[in-house]
Design a protein around this ligand. Structure first.
Ligand SMILES: [Zn+2]
Length: 244
């Protein structure tokens, strides 16, 4: 088993107490995607591994890394950005926890996805200033699902292929349905032509330009959560969260 010293940039997406005084840190890194690493003695007073390994911190971490092991070992950690604004408000933290849960539960270890990491970082930055948090999270989820290979089909009916009169959306079928096909899915929801075109624009636009849209954010958020659960095959994803 080859163990190498590696320096990575990573977002802390979760941590768990481990043995007497250590923590297991779940990181989403630029080079390796999700990895889990032990921060030895982190819960002892005065540990050098304290601040840089809190949830939502972006840090530079030196690790002993071996792909054969489930748990890597943190040697050093240096804080790059604590995303401290998130701690100002419970709602911000709740919003951020959707981002981190998606990265933790929706990805496999050692599956790098830089686009997903950058999306997560820009979303965390935008949460404290979001006019409509549900819309921001819906956009994050739909974009994240796209980066994970589950892009919703929005330019043609998933049942008949028509590009005309696209009015409905089906989570289970993974995209839109035309005026003739709502019955081809049990879960089709009427979004209307305007709702569908908002969805198309949300997928194309960068996160920081989303405030221009006037889509029904409750409906969009609900659909995007269902879409993530269904296509990632994690029925209880976000299930333990209170309503946002
Ligand atoms: Zn159709």
């Amino acid at each position: 088993m080859e163990k190498k010293l590696k320096r990575v940039r990573g977002l802390v997406v979760n941590k768990y107490p481990y043995r007497e005084s250590s923590d297991v840190i779940v990181l989403f890194t630029d080079e390796y995607g999700k990895i889990k690493a032990v921060a030895k003695g982190r819960r002892k007073p005065g540990s050098r591994l304290g601040a840089a390994l809190e949830n939502f911190c972006l840090s530079e971490i030196v690790l002993y890394l071996s792909r054969d092991r489930e748990l890597q070992i943190v040697k050093e950690a240096q804080l790059l950005d604590p995303h401290g604004e998130l701690t100002r408000n419970y709602k911000f933290l709740l919003g951020a926890s959707y981002v981190s849960e998606l990265l933790e539960r929706g990805t496999e270890v050692f599956s790098p996805n830089r686009a997903l990491l950058e999306l997560a970082l820009s979303s965390l930055k935008l949460i404290p200033e979001a006019v409509d948090l549900k819309k921001l999270l819906a956009a994050f989820l739909l974009k994240a699902l796209s980066y994970l290979g589950h892009m919703p089909v929005l330019d043609r009916c998933v049942a008949c292929g028509s590009r005309e009169k696209l009015l409905y959306f089906s989570v289970e079928k993974g995209g839109v349905l035309c005026a003739n096909c709502p019955k081809s899915a049990d879960d089709s929801v009427m979004l209307g032509a305007r709702g569908i075109s908002e969805l198309q624009r949300i997928l194309k636009m960068p996160m920081d330009r989303l405030n221009r849209f006037k889509a029904d954010s409750d409906l969009l958020f609900d659909l995007s959560v269902k879409f993530a659960r269904h296509h990632l095959e994690i029925p209880d994803l976000f299930a333990r969260k209170v309503d946002i």
